[in-house]
Ligand binder design. Structure first.
Ligand code: UDP
Length: 239
């Protein structure tokens, strides 16, 4: 195995659902603290960590719109949900003695900082975890798009997408026991075979800027560390 980390600066994307653990809604404090510990391990290795957290454990604009709400307002609520998760994660990181900053794509004076590209990079360089919340700041996008956007902006070596499964499979592994996991894929493989990795807007942004995407299981303790060390884990999508 490789003793030196494969990645120097990463954009870690966690879905809101990952934070809710076994609960059906909200945030499971045990899951939050475990993730904070895993992020701390990376920081202690000298890895620079940008973080994007989803909001699906609280609100999604699409779901709210299906229930009759105006989509734009629903997306505003979804983006605010990512700020709630960001506040919880910043708090968990601080309790774990990890220096972390929370930035929002739109101003929330007194709650967190405004997104600032140059400041984010200088914070990362001094070992701070920077949490990018409120997605892209625009409706009709997802936090996967935000993760790719911020990942490209901060020149991350990869977007690490933490999911509930071990990687990208030939079919849904929850439904088809014969589904096989891919270790590596190209962007073209994903598009040609219509494999589910991210929504198309997010995926094509990553492809166009050659930002590698690593899909791994965030529920599997230690998987994040193994990804960073370049050990067999997850699925890496690149050129
Ligand atoms: N959202 C948005 N613009 C963005 C990012 C997110 O409007 O740039 C809204 C959208 O309603 C989305 C919700 O915030 O459904 C939560 O984000 P997402 O669904 O990506 O969260 P995840 O599935 O990762 O938990």
């Amino acid at each position: 195995t490789n003793p030196k980390p494969t990645f120097r600066r990463v954009l870690l994307k966690l879905s809101g659902e990952a934070l809710m653990g076994e609960e059906g809604f909200g945030i499971d404090p045990k899951v939050l603290d475990r993730m904070a510990q895993e992020i701390k391990e990376l920081v202690e290795q000298g890895i620079q960590v940008g973080l994007v957290i989803g909001g699906g454990n609280i609100f999604r604009g699409e779901g709210l719109a299906k229930a009759g709400m105006n989509r734009v307002v629903g997306d505003h609520m979804g983006m605010l949900a990512t700020v709630i998760n960001g506040l919880a994660m910043r708090d968990a990181l601080h309790r774990a003695y990890v220096n972390a900053r929370l930035m929002s794509a739109f101003p929330l004076n007194g709650v967190c900082d405004n997104y600032n590209w140059a400041e984010a990079i200088s914070l990362l360089k001094t070992g701070r975890v920077v949490i990018f919340s409120a997605g892209t700041g625009n409706p009709f996008f997802t936090t996967d798009s935000a993760a790719c956007l911020r990942g490209i902006e901060i020149e991350a070596d990869a977007v690490l997408k933490g999911t509930k499964v071990d990687g990208v499979y030939s079919d849904d592994p929850m439904k088809n026991p014969d589904a096989v996991k891919h270790d590596t894929l190209t962007y073209a493989d994903v598009l040609d075979n219509e494999l589910k990795v991210m929504d198309l807007a997010a995926f094509t942004l990553a492809r166009d800027h050659e930002l590698p995407i690593m899909v791994f299981n965030m529920n599997k303790p230690g998987a994040l560390r193994r990804v960073i060390m370049g050990e067999a884990e997850g699925t890496l999508i690149s050129k």
